[in-house]
Design a protein. Sequence first.
Length: 294
Amino acid sequence: MLTSMKNILEDSHKHYYGVMAMNCVNIEMARAAIMAASEENSPIIIQIGPKQMKLHGHKEEMYPLVKDLAERVHVPVALNLDHGTDYDVIADCINTGFTNVMFDGSSLPFEENLQKTEIICQLAHMAGCSVEAELGHVGMAVDDDDENFDLFTNPEQAKDFVERTGVDCLAVAIGTAHGDYPKGRVPKLDFERLALLKKTLDMPLVLHGGSGTGEENIKKAVSLGINKINVATDVCTVAKKAMLDEVEKNPKIDYVSMCIAAEKSMKEYVKYYINLIGSNNRFNFGDVEYHGHE
């Protein structure tokens, strides 16, 4: 069933496990994620960014698709707008039925980020939609932003931000970045900062740039309080490899068979990731609210 991301993350925060947030732009991706979650008895977050939504995964098609798939399974599913920056796009997604929106004001001055986040929270909460914000800045791996300590989240500043905005979860910058890291490099995460952020804020925390971060980094981040992990690049890489492998085996393969191979590979990857971050067998979904269990 489609539910608020807040419902999902409140439980993962309480019990220290992670929930996968997978960027999806078509039926193969969404179905792979949701069916994998169903088989693993895990919550799942489907998300899509404004650029992805504009180029390919239009909200007019993705919302009813995700809603229909969510209604077929017994596990909680949230639909999130990822990295929203434009007020009109965010408001449109709230009105469409997205169950969470992210306002990304991380590149703005602190006070401007705070004020705009507060406005988005007021608008979303009136519609029963939860809100994710970002403080600090998770930049691009190609620009080595994961090594720029000036972009990392300040715990005391974050506390002020959360208290004044009423945001439901916070994306923090602790040493990850979006996209592919240079070959052979695994990011070094600031776990001491993460532990302090969790203690100071006592709320669900989000890790952007989960792709390429490494199993040990991900597991330790979850153990210290990361509750939502965004994954896009790694899933796309898995799907692309599966399709290319099928073409190599049979150059005359038809397009539908390629899509089936891609979906199968993504589903297996999501199941692996769910077990990596500990969200398997974590739910008891009632008629209204999500209640996890140990």
